[in-house]
Design a protein around this ligand. Structure first.
Ligand code: GLN
Ligand code: ZN
Length: 761
C-alpha cells in the first residue's frame, strides 16, 4: 500500500478555537490549564481525522500555541537575554511573541516576519555571538506520547537545523550564523535520540530553505549536518516545499537520509529529475495535492505524474500534500454561504485529506469501481470549473487586452505633474498626512457585525459609518493635518473589503487562515474574471470630502496586494488575473477623479513579499506587478496626485521597480531604521515625493517631537526638503483614539518646526 501522510494540519481550529482560547488566556479569562486543554483537544481532533481517513501516520509537532519557529527556539534554548528572569513556561513564551512589561519596563517582542512567500508570520530567532544551545522546553516529546497514548503512529515534525539558522537573525554585532551549526547539532542529535527512545520510526525534518538560492557554504553544510544526524536508528524524511529544488536538487537527493519530500505542485517538472537522482534505497514523498491553494485537484493529472513515479519507485513512493496544510482553511463543510457550484470546485484541509486518500486508492486499487466513480466525479468537477461561463467574461477580457497591452504611462513627467498638482493643492513644505485607517473601535466592529446579522439595516449602517467618518475628518481638521483620509471604518480588512465587492471573487464565512498567533485572515477566493459591479469607494470618500475644504485622499488597495493576499485561480497565469484587478481599480480611480477626489492612494503593502523565492524569477514578477500598478494608476489627469504606500523598509533590491511605478508620492516604513534606507532612494536617483514614516504605529508609545524632527532632518541628507512628506509608518487601525490624537499632534508640531527652521535657514 502506498504510504500517504500530511506535512502538517491547520492548528487554529475549524471555528478558531485556538484564537478564542489564546485571547481569553491573555485577558485573564482562562487559566493555563484551560488553554492547554484547548490545545490537546485540537490535536486530538486533528489526529483522529488523519486516522479516520486512513493516513499511515499522524503528524505530531505541527501544533503550536503561537508559532512553530518560536517553539523550536524554546526547544533549542534560544531565549534572548532580555527575557531572562521571566521564568520559563508560557510567560516567557508569550513575552517573546508579543512583548511584556518586566519591573515596569517594556520588554520588546522578538521580530516577526513572513514565512517564505506565505502570509504566515514566524517569530524570528535571535542569535548572539557565542550563542549556546541546550535542550529547553520541548512540548514535542509530550505530544508524541499523547498521540501514542491515543493509539496512533506518530511521525513528529521538526524544523531542520539549517532552515532554523537561516531563518534567524544575528543581534549585537553581525556574524555568520552558520558558525553556530557546530554547537547546534548536538542538541538536534539529542532530540532525535529522545524521539527514537519514544519509539518513533519516521521523523519529518523540514528544510524548506532547499528551495532558495543558497550560498555555497550553506549548501556544503547540508551534507555534513545530515551525516552527523544520521545513525540514531531513526528514519529521517527530509521535506522541502514552496518551490523547486533547482540547483540544490542533486544535493537534496543525495543527502544521507531515508526519505525526501518534494513539492510537485509548485515545481512539477522536478519530479523526473528527482527520480533520476534519487538513490535506490530512498523513499520519495511526492507533494501532489496543493497545500497553498483551495482548488480541488485534477486527479487525472496527479495520477499521470504519480504512475511514473510508482513504476520507478514501487513501494518507495509516498504521497502527500505539497506542504503543510497550515496555509489553507480547515473545512469546506462549514461554508453554507457558498453556492453549490462554486463549493464543488473547492477543497480545504479536511477535503484535501480525502483527495489524498482517493489518489492512494487509485494507485493501489485501480479496479475498484467506487474509486473510479470518485475519480470521475473529481475530474468532472475540475473540468466544470475550467469550462464554466462564471470564470470567463469576454467583455472583461477584451478591455484588459486593450488596456493591458498599452505601455501605460501618465501624460507628463513627474516634474510637470508636480506643478499641476501644486497649483491647486497649495500644500506647505513638509505636508502632513496619514496612511488611511483610523482606530477600528469596538463600536465600529459592533455596527459592522449587527449589519451583517441583519440587526441594523443598511440605512442605519451607513449613518453609523458617516458618524465615524465625520469624527475622523473633524479630528484631522482640528489637528491641522494637510491631506486628510476618511479613516476606513467600513473596511474590516483592506483586501477582504474589495474581495466582497468585486465580481469573480468569493468570500467565505469561516475560511480563516492563521496569519500570526491568534490573528487569522480570510483570503478572498478569486475564481473567475474580475470586474466591478459598481463604484466601490466613491460614496464613502465623497461623503468625507463633502465635510471639508481640505483634500481627502481616495483610498484603494493595489492590484498586486489584492492578488497576493487572495487564493488565486490556477487556470491562467497570475499576471493575467492581476491585470483584471488592475483594470477594475483603474475604473475606480477614474470614478474618484470624476467625483472630485484628486488625491488617490493605491496601497501596495504586499508587493515586495510577493517576490518569488528565487532571484532569477524576480524580473518577470516585478515587470508585471509594476505594469499592473500602472494600469490602475495612470488613467488620470496630470493634476490628480497618485500616492502609494508600502509598509516595509527594504527597497534596495527593488528600487528600479519602485521608480517605474511612478507614483507622485510614496509613503514607506522607516521610523525604526533611522532613515538609512533612504540611501536607496538617493542612489537610484528617485525624483518623486517621499513620505518616510516618522513614527512606528505598532508601538503604543507616543513619539517625541524632537525625535520626529530629527528623523526628517536625517531624511534631508538623502532627499531634498521640497519632496518630503511627514506621516506615520502605516495605518492607525490598531491604535486607540487618545494615542492617535497625541501622536498626530506631535507629528504636526514636528512639521511646523521643520518649516520654521527651513524658512530661517
Ligand atoms: N491604508 C491602509 C491602512 O491605513 C494601509 C494598511 C497597510 O499598509 N497594511 O490601514
Ligand atoms: Zn502599511
Amino acid at each position: 500500500m502506498t504510504i500517504h501522510h500530511i506535512l502538517g494540519f491547520p492548528r487554529i481550529g475549524a471555528r478558531r478555537e485556538l484564537k478564542a482560547a489564546l485571547e481569553a488566556y491573555w485577558q485573564g479569562r482562562l487559566d493555563e490549564e484551560g488553554l492547554r486543554r484547548t490545545g490537546s483537544e485540537l490535536r486530538r481532533r486533528h489526529w483522529r481525522l488523519q486516522q479516520e481517513k486512513g493516513l499511515d501516520f499522524v503528524t505530531v509537532g505541527d501544533f503550536s500555541l503561537y508559532d512553530h519557529v518560536l517553539d523550536t527556539s524554546l526547544m533549542l534554548g534560544v531565549v534572548p537575554p532580555r527575557f531572562a528572569g521571566m521564568g520559563g513556561g508560557l510567560e516567557c513564551y508569550f513575552a517573546m511573541a508579543r512583548g511584556n512589561v518586566k519591573a515596569g519596563e517594556q520588554v520588546h517582542a522578538c521580530e516577526m516576519t513572513k514565512w517564505f512567500d506565505t502570509n504566515y508570520h514566524y517569530i524570528v530567532p535571535e542569535f548572539r555571538a557565542g550563542q549556546t544551545f541546550s535542550l529547553g522546553e520541548a512540548g514535542l516529546f509530550g505530544e508524541i506520547s499523547e498521540a501514542q497514548a491515543q493509539g496512533y503512529v506518530a511521525k513528529p515534525v521538526l524544523l531542520g537545523p539549517l532552515s532554523y539558522l537561516w531563518l534567524g537573525k544575528t543581534k549585537g554585532g553581525n556574524f555568520d550564523r552558520l558558525t553556530l551549526l557546530e554547537s547546534l547539532l548536538p542538541v538536534y542529535g539529542g532530540i532525535l535520540a529522545r524521539c527514537k527512545a519514544l519509539g518513533v520510526e519516521w521523523m519529518q525534518i523540514d528544510e524548506p530553505v532547499l528551495a532558495l538560492d543558497l550560498p555555497q557554504a550553506w549548501r556544503n553544510a547540508f551534507e555534513s549536518t545530515y551525516n552527523r544526524l544520521q545513525g540514531g536508528g531513526l528514519k529521517i524524511l527530509l521535506t522541502t516545499y514552496f518551490g523547486g529544488l533547482g540547483d540544490n536538487l542533486r544535493l537534496a537527493c543525495q543527502l544521507p537520509v531515508e526519505g525526501l519530500h518534494i513539492d510537485a505542485i509548485r515545481a512539477p517538472e522536478q519530479l523526473r529529475d528527482v527520480l533520476n537522482w534519487l538513490p535506490a534505497y530512498k523513499v520519495l514523498s511526492v507533494g501532489i495535492i496543493d497545500g497553498r491553494n483551495v482548488w480541488r485537484c485534477n486527479p487525472a493529472q496527479a495520477l499521470d505524474a504519480l504512475r511514473e513515479a510508482r513504476e520507478r519507485l514501487g513501494k518507495r513512493l509516498w504521497i502527500a500534500p505539497s506542504c503543510s496544510l497550515l496555509h489553507v482553511p480547515v473545512d469546506l463543510e462549514q461554508e453554507t454561504g457558498l453556492d453549490e457550484e462554486l463549493a464543488s470546485w473547492l477543497s480545504f484541509a479536511v477535503q484535501k485529506l480525502d483527495e489524498l486518500v482517493l489518489l492512494r486508492r487509485a494507485l493501489d486499487e485501480p479496479d475498484d469501481p467506487a474509486v473510479n466513480e470518485a475519480l470521475a466525479a473529481a475530474a468532472r468537477a475540475h473540468a466544470a470549473r475550467l469550462a464554466s461561463p462564471r470564470t470567463r467574461n469576454p467583455g472583461v477580457r477584451k478591455r484588459v487586452r486593450e488596456v493591458g497591452e498599452g505601455r501605460q504611462a501618465r501624460q507628463s513627467s513627474h516634474e510637470k505633474r508636480r506643478e499641476a498638482q501644486q497649483a491647486w493643492l497649495e500644500l506647505p513644505l513638509f505636508p502632513t498626512t496619514t496612511i488611511g485607517s483610523f482606530p477600528q473601535t469596538a463600536q465600529i466592529r459592533r455596527v459592522r457585525r449587527d449589519f451583517r446579522q441583519g440587526v441594523v439595516d443598511e440605512e442605519g449602517y451607513i449613518a453609523a459609518m458617516h458618524d465615524e467618518i465625520a469624527r475622523c475628518i473633524a479630528t484631522q481638521v482640528s489637528l491641522g493635518l494637510d491631506v486628510l483620509v476618511h479613516g476606513e471604518p467600513e473596511r474590516s480588512d483592506m483586501v477582504e473589503y474589495f474581495g466582497e465587492l468585486l465580481e469573480g471573487c468569493a468570500i467565505t464565512q469561516l475560511g480563516w487562515v492563521q496569519s500570526y498567533g491568534s490573528r487569522c485572515v480570510k483570503p478572498p477566493i478569486i475564481f473567475g474574471d474580475i470586474y466591478r459591479r459598481a463604484a466601490m469607494t466613491v460614496a464613502w470618500i465623497g461623503f468625507a470630502q463633502s465635510l471639508t475644504e481640505k483634500p481627502v485622499k481616495g483610498m484603494l488597495t493595489g492590484p498586486v496586494t489584492i492578488l497576493n493576499w487572495s487564493f488565486v485561480r490556477d487556470d491562467q497565469p497570475r499576471e493575467e488575473t492581476c491585470r483584471q484587478i488592475a483594470l477594475a481599480l483603474r475604473e475606480e480611480v477614474q470614478d474618484l477623479e470624476a467625483a472630485g477626489i484628486r488625491i488617490i492612494q493605491i496601497d501596495e503593502a504586499a508587493l515586495r513579499e510577493g517576490l518569488p523565492l528565487r532571484r532569477a524569477d524576480w524580473p518577470d514578477y516585478l515587470e508585471w506587478a509594476v505594469h499592473a500598478f500602472r494600469i490602475a494608476s495612470c488613467g488620470v489627469d496630470d493634476s490628480t496626485q497618485i500616492h502609494t504606500h508600502m509598509c516595509y523598509s527594504e527597497f534596495n533590491d527593488i528600487m528600479p521597480a519602485i521608480i517605474a511605478m511612478d507614483a507622485d508620492v510614496i509613503t514607506i516604513e522607516t521610523s525604526r531604521s533611522d532613515m538609512e534606507l533612504l540611501e536607496a532612494f538617493e542612489d537610484h536617483t528617485y525624483h518623486n515625493d517621499i513620505g518616510p514614516g516618522v513614527y512606528d504605529i505598532h508601538s503604543p508609545n507616543i513619539p517625541e517631537v524632537e525625535h520626529m524632527v530629527d528623523l526628517i532632518r536625517r531624511a534631508q541628507a538623502h532627499i531634498p526638503a521640497e519632496r518630503l512628506w511627514v506621516n506615520p509608518d502605516c495605518g492607525l487601525k490598531t491604535r486607540r483614539w487618545p494615542e492617535v490624537i497625541r501622536a498626530l499632534e506631535r507629528m504636526v508640531a514636528a512639521a511646523e518646526r521643520l518649516r520654521a527652521d527651513y524658512r530661517a535657514a
